[in-house]
Each structure stands twice: as structure tokens, then as C-alpha cells.
Design a protein around this ligand. Structure first.
Ligand code: TK8
Length: 337
């Protein structure tokens, strides 16, 4: 009895190994290279929609060669971890916030400046202009090729304690920030208690009361249900936050010129779709969040100005680190919109 069970197990194991080997041979025979895309938000998010678009475009044009697979919700790791894996050539692609990457590219800190981008047209002009080509070149040296610029959106504050209108209201609130020194400095300056944390830990930390609040665009606040543990949502729009769509430079450089062009084109198209989706969501979901019973506070002009004034010092503080020329280049583009 024992023997036959053992035999069966051996047979099953050998069978699986053979099948595995066969499957591997088939994949190789097909010559398909798997391209995994790691991202932290849900499938319905802008980046999820963008990743799916990229998959569709690549498989339409190069389906015999590449199998694109999208992994949402930080399944393959949070922004920084995934980006490091892509830089090392251990993972193919990532869609990430810029803020956790400022350690490898300090120029990205320019996007952490509060109240810099007046509107989406200005953001598009910067994302598609020289400033971002320069940043892309720098990232190439870190093993990261930029396929496109997607979008987080304008960041807004949520918390479980009070209806926040003006900066003074955040005094003493424990607020999760991205892992970024300027975000930390900003919330400290406002009198809050900032706690840097990877994105995938935020919901549980809010639910358990380890933190009182967090800040993210309306799209994320709704799709990740942050309004459940945090019934107060304030449309502060304090920082415009883009996202990078990156591919391992090692992998990119191994592509033929024709493939490179198709990847770049698909990256741009996917990024456009991602930005359009996020923008629509940030508008639409204010109503959805209210319908769920949360309080959504939109600021008066006076309250908005109070936030601009209260965060100005951080900008001055970081001017040298970012580079006054870079900040001016962004401001000059923004001034046209
Ligand atoms: C998701 C993050 C998220 C960001 C954050 O991976 O960490 O708060 O806004 O969108 O990139």
C-alpha cells in the first residue's frame, strides 16, 4: 500500500517535471519572452489600464515574441523594490511613483515640490518636454529606460480625526508619507507627525489606527477604499505626482531597433491612456466617495492660499538640492499654462 502510494507520487513528480520541461521547451520554441509589469495600484487604476494597453499593443504587434503579464497591487513588490529589481535586470517593467526613486535620481525631487503644476496641460508639457528627456537620460544610466510618464494625480489628504480645512488643522496628525525626504519635511513643517511607509502597508496601518491619515489622489483614495478607515477627505491638491513607466535598460538594449520603436510607441500610447483614465477618475470619484458616506471637503480660495503659503518654506529649503535651474525650467513651462 505504502509502496504504491510512493510510486504514484514519484510518477506524479516525474510527470510534472516532464510536463514542466515540455512547457518550457514550447515557450522557447515559440521564442516568447515574458515581460512582467509590476505596479502597486489596483487593475482599474490609470496605471492598471495603461499596463493593460501596453500588453494589448505589444501582443498585437509582437505577440509571437513577447508575452506581457501585468501584476497589480504590489504583488511583485512595492515601487522601490520593483524598480531596483528592474534596474538589476531581474524584473522587466515597473510603473512607479517618482517620489521613492529620488535616492537614485535627485532631479525627480522637482515633482515633490508643493503647488508647482497649475493644471494638467502644464503637467503634460513638462512630462513631454526637455526636462523629462533629461531625467530619462539620467535614469538610463541607472539601468532604467523610460517607456512613458503616467500619472498619480494631485495628492489630497485623508484622515480619521477631523475635517481638515487649513494647514493648522493637521497639527499632531500621524500621516503616512511616501518614502521621500521632501514629503517628510513638508508634513513636519505643517506640524503633523509624518510616517514614511510603502504603499501596500497603508490600508492596514490606517485600519489599525497606527496612523491617522495619508495622502493620495482622489482616484486612489476611492479605488483603495482609504475613505473607509479615513472618513475625512480634503481636496488639498498639494502635490502633482507623476508616475514612471520603466523597462530594464538591459532588456531594452537587447531588442532590435524595430522592437525598440514598437516598445517606445506602445509605452507612449499606454501612458496617454493611463493619464486620461486617472484624470477622469479624479473628477468622477469625488461623488463616489461622498456616496459612500465620507466627508469630502473642497477648499475655498482663501484656504487654498493658506496651504500654498504654509508649504512655501519647504520649496526654498530644497532649491539647492534639486537645482535652481531645473526648478526654473519647470516653472517656465508651467507659466505658459
Ligand atoms: C502605488 C504608489 C502610490 C503612491 C503612494 O504603488 O505610494 O502613495 O501614490 O500610487 O505608487
Amino acid at each position: 500500500m505504502k509502496k504504491s502510494i510512493t510510486k504514484k507520487i514519484v510518477a506524479a513528480v516525474v510527470g510534472t517535471m516532464l510536463f514542466g520541461a515540455l512547457a518550457a521547451t514550447t515557450a522557447m520554441a515559440d521564442g516568447q519572452k515574458v515581460i512582467k509589469i509590476s505596479y502597486g495600484l489596483v487593475k482599474e487604476s490609470g496605471e492598471g489600464t495603461g499596463a493593460a494597453k501596453f500588453e494589448e499593443l505589444i501582443e498585437e504587434k509582437l505577440g509571437d515574441k513577447f508575452d506581457v503579464q501585468c501584476y497589480s497591487d504590489a504583488q511583485l513588490g512595492d515601487d522601490l523594490k520593483s524598480t531596483q529589481a528592474v534596474a538589476m535586470g531581474e524584473l522587466e517593467c515597473v510603473i512607479t511613483s517618482c517620489s521613492p526613486l529620488t535616492g537614485m535620481c535627485s532631479e525627480l525631487l522637482v515633482f515633490d515640490l508643493p503647488f508647482l503644476f497649475p493644471n494638467f496641460d502644464a503637467a503634460d508639457a513638462v512630462l513631454e518636454g526637455d526636462v523629462c528627456s533629461g531625467i530619462a537620460e539620467k535614469l538610463e544610466g541607472n539601468g532604467l529606460h523610460v517607456l512613458g510618464w503616467m500619472e498619480n494625480g494631485y495628492r489630497c489628504l485623508t484622515n480619521s480625526k477631523k475635517d481638515v480645512h487649513v494647514p493648522e488643522d493637521v497639527a499632531g496628525l500621524k500621516i503616512r508619507t511616501m518614502e521621500n525626504e521632501m514629503h517628510l519635511a513638508l508634513w513636519k513643517e505643517l506640524g503633523a507627525v509624518p510616517t514614511p511607509m510603502a504603499f501596500s502597508e497603508v490600508f492596514t496601518a490606517l485600519e489599525q489606527g497606527a496612523i491617522d491619515g495619508q495622502e493620495n489622489p482622489i482616484s486612489t483614495i476611492y479605488l483603495n477604499k482609504f475613505y473607509e478607515p479615513n472618513e475625512f477627505v480634503t481636496v488639498t491638491n498639494h502635490i502633482y505626482s507623476p508616475k514612471l513607466f520603466l523597462i530594464s535598460a538591459q532588456l531594452y538594449n537587447s531588442l532590435t531597433d524595430e522592437e525598440k520603436a514598437i516598445f517606445d510607441e506602445a509605452g507612449l500610447e499606454a501612458s496617454k491612456v493611463a493619464r486620461e483614465t486617472t484624470r477622469q477618475q479624479c473628477t468622477d470619484y469625488i461623488t463616489n466617495i461622498r456616496d459612500e458616506g465620507a466627508t469630502v471637503t473642497e477648499l475655498t480660495d482663501e484656504e487654498h492660499q493658506a496651504w500654498v503659503d504654509a508649504t512655501a518654506a519647504v520649496k526654498d529649503q530644497y532649491m539647492d538640492t534639486i537645482g535652481a535651474d531645473l526648478v526654473k525650467a519647470v516653472e517656465d513651462v508651467c507659466a505658459q499654462y
